[in-house]
Design a binder for this molecule. Structure first.
Ligand code: PMP
Length: 284
């Protein structure tokens, strides 16, 4: 039986009852966070915590228990017997339930908090051979830096990508590639790694930050500059990053082959450095 966390209590997931007046349900007014458990530790919990707190602040949602998230996450792993597994912990916090009106509840109500842990099997085939992605206009709002649960443009884009046999969907705003539906995107051109700068047009991925650090540590210059879609023919490698997929090589963008259709040396090296990092965490 799955045990989840709901408003301060650990309980069977299928016994959770959420009000139809919840502002997450009515207005998509909430934030979320996803952390990965590597058979003994959470990777970059501090980074996820900082981003979660920032998302709460930016959406004016108050969760007095926010500092307890690492303890909650660990307890979910334990209660669901996932300590020796690969797992993901998902957390969502909404503004809570109140009679529907655009104004915030007055007096304020407590937030609705929900978290679960789920076993996760990394998908290795695509990460070895590389994947194909498609490109779509970025129709999202102007605060993509907030990890909001309002993800309709992301799910529409991703579903369309998957329906057409693609692994991910990259978004383009004003001719520049911003990020993907649920990952950040990097380009390698003449030995330099490029990725869109932190801004209101992308989510600042925890994995993105880590790969920037890993590349610089290896002496590879990283420029936080966006790449124009029309300059794609100039890049030798592309990779995408996120918490669950770590680093995935991209070998085709729509019909355009990248790097001869095989993962390039920078992507492969960064993946190895990431694996080393996970091993060193395990043994520390
Ligand atoms: N961009 C978007 C839009 C995302 O949804 C995600 C995944 N949460 C990312 C980037 C990657 O973020 P992270 O590396 O923190 O998983």
């Amino acid at each position: 039986m799955d045990i989840a966390y709901f408003n301060g209590t650990f309980m069977p997931r299928d016994e959770i009852r959420i009000s139809p007046d919840d502002r997450g349900f009515l207005f998509a007014e909430g934030i979320y966070e996803v952390v990965r458990w590597y058979q003994g530790f959470f990777f970059e919990m501090d980074g996820h915590m900082a981003r979660m707190k920032r998302s709460l602040r930016e959406t004016l949602i108050s969760w007095p228990e926010e500092d307890k998230f690492p303890v909650i996450a660990r307890e979910l792993v334990k209660l669901n017997h996932l300590a020796n597994s690969q797992a993901l912990v998902y957390l969502q916090v909404t503004r809570g339930a109140a009679s529907r009106t655009h104004a915030f509840p007055s007096p304020p109500v407590g937030p609705t908090t929900y978290a679960f842990a789920r076993e996760f099997t990394p998908e290795n085939a695509g990460r070895e051979s590389g994947v194909a992605i498609t490109v779509k206009e970025d129709i999202r709002w102007a605060r993509c830096d907030i990890k909001s649960i309002a993800l309709l443009p992301n799910t529409l884009g991703f579903q369309d990508a998957v329906s057409n046999g693609f692994f991910e969907c990259a978004f383009v705003r004003n001719g520049l590639i911003t990020e993907c539906s649920h990952s950040n995107i990097f380009f390698v051109q003449k030995g330099i790694v490029y990725t869109h700068p932190e801004s209101e047009n992308i989510l600042s991925g925890i994995t993105r930050k880590n790969f920037i650090k890993l590349a610089r540590r290896e002496g590879i210059p990283v420029k936080e500059e966006a790449i124009a879609l029309k300059k794609l023919s100039k890049v030798q490698e592309i990779f995408i990053t996120n918490t669950s997929g770590e680093i995935t090589p991209v070998v085709r963008v729509d019909n355009f082959e990248i790097g001869g259709g095989v993962p390039g040396p920078v992507t492969r090296m960064l993946r190895e450095r990431f694996n080393d990092q996970i091993c060193s965490y395990k043994h520390s």
